[in-house]
Design a protein around this ligand. Structure first.
Ligand code: ADP
Ligand code: LRH
Length: 494
């Protein structure tokens, strides 16, 4: 076996997996060794990530991923969803459990920050769209809630950095995940110390920033002994899941829009510089860092979250459906009956999603989707129309219209959504791989080890290793009409 192996732990907001990536010099192959749910815990009035359980799952993945081949696994890297963080004290203890970005309290902290720094200014400085989930707002809450202030030995670590810390003992914040915080200078790997000072946050909270592809250190001796594995290195990759996903897009040139479609849908383009003007802010675009020092200008919207939450609700009501069954039901109902706006704040919190969708359709005077199939169809058509709108807006703010959409993430398994997206957007959708995030995580580790030498080479390896499916637009006139109606609905709402 001449391949080199690495482990990628990818934590989504709904589920996580540990994947073993093997590279033979020209092709990457992935093997999922461990998968688990990521379920937040409501405790009193707080909504928390179950960090201890999530770290336990990481250990399981380490054991399973190295079984029998331990010496040939060179490294491990973690990527996660954006914005959330944990606090550790000087003795390395978890000072507080990481809180969940869906906590309602964040709205209040966002308001507080926007009292101190105007929305336009915050956007122009950081490139990050003010949304209540952002680290900058949550962190003000963490600082203000401590009556005597945070102890000076406390550090904040974004979720992947927190995992890396307990794997390796190294304290560092990786650039791409930090770029989701609103606390960096736009498009730069630099904390905005001026902003941090204005918000009254102690500078000591913020560890040094490292670039994606940095070898942080080794798996601690304690973990090697406990898990009977290792030694291996711990690497910071594009530790924001979206950064890893974008790194793995099998595109040969830069003329594409991407959609990373999982719980969230992130749609945008890769650029040299951020777009910081009022129009892009008003349209809801944000700018985040990529693994190669560029910028992703994108819109971050609810993705399959709506469907995921409906599915969970139906399970609670003893109506369990597989994804395949739900998609099948959607093909059996009448098309284009009603739409929702998936990014609407009313869908942010967990809970009975189907009911909320029905309510919104009723409020906007549309046919109320009564059946399961009608709900699913409504969600998928709405997502596709939202993607079309984002494509139009990307053209407005950047001056060019991408000729193809690359879709990656779990949404790629939803063939109906891929086809609807091509139909609505009027451009081909190249779908795959679904596990782009894990693949990007692995490839950045191979880049750190010198087995590939550039992002272009990473994408070549991706194109040689995975075979995406292309969906050509169909029924474009019908979808154009649907789009016009969808826009008029949104106009009424605004
Ligand atoms: P995240 O990392 O945000 O948790 P993923 O990229 O894993 O999300 O995507 C999860 C989503 O992918 C699910 O909500 C589901 O809608 C979709 N999905 C997963 N498997 C399938 C499948 N077999 N068929 C259709 N859709 C699927
Ligand atoms: C997607 C994602 C997205 C946002 C959200 C909180 O998983 O990383 O880019 O930051 O999570």
């Amino acid at each position: 076996d001449k391949a080199t192996h690495v482990l990628a732990a990818d934590y989504g907001a709904g589920s996580g997996r540990v994947v073993r990536g093997s590279f033979d010099g020209s092709r990457l192959s992935l093997q999922e060794v461990h998968r688990f749910n990521n379920e937040p815990v409501q405790l009193g009035d707080g909504l928390y990530w179950d960090f201890l359980r999530l770290f336990h799952e990481l250990k399981q993945g380490l054991v399973k991923g190295t079984q029998g081949i331990s010496p040939s696994v060179r490294s491990i890297a973690v990527d996660t969803w954006g914005v959330d963080y944990g606090l550790v004290d000087g003795a390395g203890r978890l000072y507080s459990n990481p809180r969940h970005y869906r906590e309602a309290r964040n709205a209040q902290w966002m308001e507080e920050v926007l009292h101190m720094v105007k929305e336009e200014e915050l956007y122009a400085m950081s490139g990050v769209l003010p949304q209540q989930i952002n680290t900058v707002f949550q962190l003000l809450g963490s600082v203000r809630e401590q009556a005597e202030g945070l102890r000076p030995d406390v550090r904040m670590l974004f979720m992947p950095d927190l995992f890396h810390y307990y794997l390796s003992g190294q304290l560092a914040c990786e650039y791409t995940i930090a770029s989701t915080s609103g606390l960096l200078h736009a498009g730069e790997a630099r904390w905005n110390e001026h902003l941090i000072g204005r918000l009254g946050m102690p500078e000591t909270l913020f560890p040094k920033l490292v670039q994606p592809g940095t070898v942080l250190g080794n798996l601690t001796n304690e973990l090697c002994a406990e898990l009977r594995t290792g030694p291996m290195q711990v690497v910071s990759v594009g530790s924001h899941d979206t950064a890893s996903a974008l790194a793995a897009i099998p595109a040969m040139d830069s003329d594409f829009a991407f959609i990373s479609c999982g719980t969230w849908s992130l749609m945008g383009v890769e650029r040299d510089t951020p777009v910081l003007d009022n129009r892009s802010r008003a349209l809801g675009f944000t700018n985040e860092g990529t693994v190669n020092g560029k910028v992703r200008t994108l819109k971050n919207r609810s993705g399959l979250w709506l469907l995921q939450e409906c599915k969970r609700q139906w399970e609670r009501e003893n109506q369990p459906f597989t994804h395949e069954e739900l998609i099948q039901l959607a093909t059996l109902v009448a098309p284009h009956q009603s739409y929702v706006s998936p990014g609407d704040g009313v869908y942010l919190a967990p809970g009975n999603m189907a009911e909320r969708i029905r309510q919104q359709c009723s409020l906007s005077g549309q046919t109320v989707p009564e059946t399961t199939g009608a709900i699913v169809r409504c969600i998928l058509e709405s997502l596709a129309l939202e993607f079309r709108q984002t494509l139009d807006e990307l053209q407005l703010i950047t001056g060019t219209r991408p000729r193809v959409i690359h879709m990656v993430g779990g949404g790629v398994h939803n063939r109906l959504l891929c086809q609807f997206t091509a139909n609505a957007a009027g451009v081909p959708v190249v779908a795959g791989p679904a596990e782009a995030t894990s693949a990007g995580n692995c490839m950045l580790q191979f880049l750190a080890h010198g087995e590939v030498s550039s992002l272009a080479e990473v994408r070549e390896v991706m194109a040689a290793s995975f075979f995406p499916e292309t969906y050509e637009p169909e029924d474009t006139e019908l979808w154009q009409e649907a789009y016009e109606y969808y826009q008029s609905l949104n106009q009424i709402k605004r």
